[in-house]
Design a protein around this ligand. Structure first.
Ligand code: GLY
Length: 263
């Protein structure tokens, strides 16, 4: 339906973890070196979980010079038959977008952002009739406004959020796993921010990482090891697949960062 975000999740574009993963951007810098082999294994489990939910997984070859290239969510925003290719907000990552744009140009009209505007796809959360767009250390107002202009053209409303500097992306603290529902981390978003949602499942702050989910109707993929969040989601009627995310969390990344749904 025009003006409603498509939750079909038929195909996911992904990219293999880079052999230079140890150099991925991370706010935990110095705690330990991210482990490439462990991340590759975790990524295979992630692919298997998407496939088990009926998603076709398309995997682009890795980019040796781009340690964060597996976080492909940041490199494209899909709007019906248009792919918006943003200028990524961290300078070490911007070159990731070229091969994503090239791949998507087979099936989508590719639209690029003007210079000066930046946006990471991780700052965009899709909720039924609207995009929630975070203005963050990665996404500037110009980038958010550029996306908003195109979304409005497609009949989708946009609601802007200020993402605190302590949080990487808007998707770090919320997601919308099924129609009408938001999952959100306490301490990062206010009730009034999400008043549009029919149902908000609030995750306690200490388990806030688990607010990033991938939903398939009443089935949900979440990060492993978050007991309270798991119970809250079960109580809300979800059946759950949990995935080990330690190696991705180490570099500030969450479940949704590893794919962009393209149909
Ligand atoms: N390491 C994920 C990012 O900084 O974009």
């Amino acid at each position: 339906m025009p003006g409603t975000f498509d939750r079909a999740r038929g195909r996911a574009l992904t990219r293999e973890v880079s052999p230079s993963y140890a150099e991925a951007v991370s706010s935990y810098l110095g705690t330990r070196v991210p482990d490439y082999e462990a991340a590759r294994r975790a990524q295979e489990v992630y692919f298997a979980a998407l496939r088990a939910h009926g998603t076709e997984v398309i995997t682009l070859p890795t980019l040796e010079d781009f340690p964060d290239c597996c976080f492909i969510e940041d490199a494209a925003v899909i709007l019906d038959d248009v792919a918006i290719i943003p200028n990524l907000g961290h300078p070490s990552r911007d070159g990731e977008k070229e091969s994503v744009a090239e791949h998507l140009s087979d099936d989508f009209e590719v639209i690029r952002m003007p210079g000066g505007a930046t946006l990471d796809g991780g700052d965009v959360v899709f909720y039924d009739d609207r995009f929630l767009v975070g203005v963050s250390t990665r996404t500037n107002k110009q980038g958010a406004d550029f996306l908003a202009e195109h979304a409005k053209g497609a009949g989708i409303d946009v609601q802007l959020f200020d993402v605190p500097k302590s949080t990487l992306h808007l998707t770090t603290v919320c997601s919308s796993p099924r129609s009408g529902t938001m999952v959100a981390a306490m301490g990062h978003l206010k009730e009034s921010d999400l008043s549009f949602a029919e149902e908000v499942i609030w995750i306690p702050e200490e388990e806030g990482y688990a607010a990033n989910t991938i939903g398939y109707g009443d089935r949900i993929i979440m990060a492993e090891g978050y007991k309270k969040a798991r119970h809250l989601l079960m109580d809300a009627g979800f059946s759950i697949t949990s995935i080990e995310m330690t190696e991705f969390r180490e570099v500030d990344a969450s479940l949704t960062c590893l794919s962009v749904f393209i149909g």
